[in-house]
Design a protein around this ligand. Structure first.
Ligand SMILES: [Zn+2]
Length: 157
């Protein structure tokens, strides 16, 4: 899902939380920012993989390869991964929960934003017929991706 879509939906969510559930503006802003900025892990993955720090190149790379992935049939798609995203997983939510409990309740707003984002990503993937459950658990993804091919190394891409 594109960052702009995440931003718009995050804005609706955080606006709703502030308006209907008495969240403070700061809390609403943290939820909104977290629901968008979690995707920074895609950028770090790109930097690590391509040794290139350009945010613009990273963005274009993910857009371009995302399109290529969508064109493949289900069987081919299942053999490929596009990137390991270290913030996209339930383990991160668990750490945020602990931080929220022991360090500062503000981490719970980050948790809220991250959880919303992950839920949208999962719905989005299923909507596009991507039946493999990615970006739900970083441990599961880490071991699963080891057995798959990175998109640039797959044939016909
Ligand atoms: Zn995402």
């Amino acid at each position: 899902m594109l960052p702009i879509t995440h931003f718009i939906l995050g804005l609706i969510l955080s606006g709703g939380l502030v308006y209907f559930f008495d969240f403070s503006l700061i809390a609403g802003a943290i939820v909104l920012l977290s629901s968008v900025l979690i995707d920074i892990d895609h950028y770090f993955y790109y930097v690590h993989k391509k040794n290139n720090w350009s945010l613009k190149n990273s963005y274009s790379w993910f857009i371009e390869h995302g399109k290529k992935l969508k064109q493949l049939d289900q069987k081919e798609r299942k053999k490929i991964y596009m990137g390991f995203c270290f913030l996209h997983g339930i383990e991160v939510l668990f750490v945020l929960f602990l931080l929220g409990d022991f360090v500062s309740p503000y981490f719970l707003f980050v948790l809220f934003g991250f959880a919303f984002h992950l839920m949208l990503d999962i719905f989005h993937n299923f909507f596009y017929g991507h039946t493999r459950l990615d970006k739900f658990s970083i441990i599961y993804d880490y071991f699963k991706y080891k057995k798959l091919k990175f998109i640039e190394e797959a044939d016909g891409i």
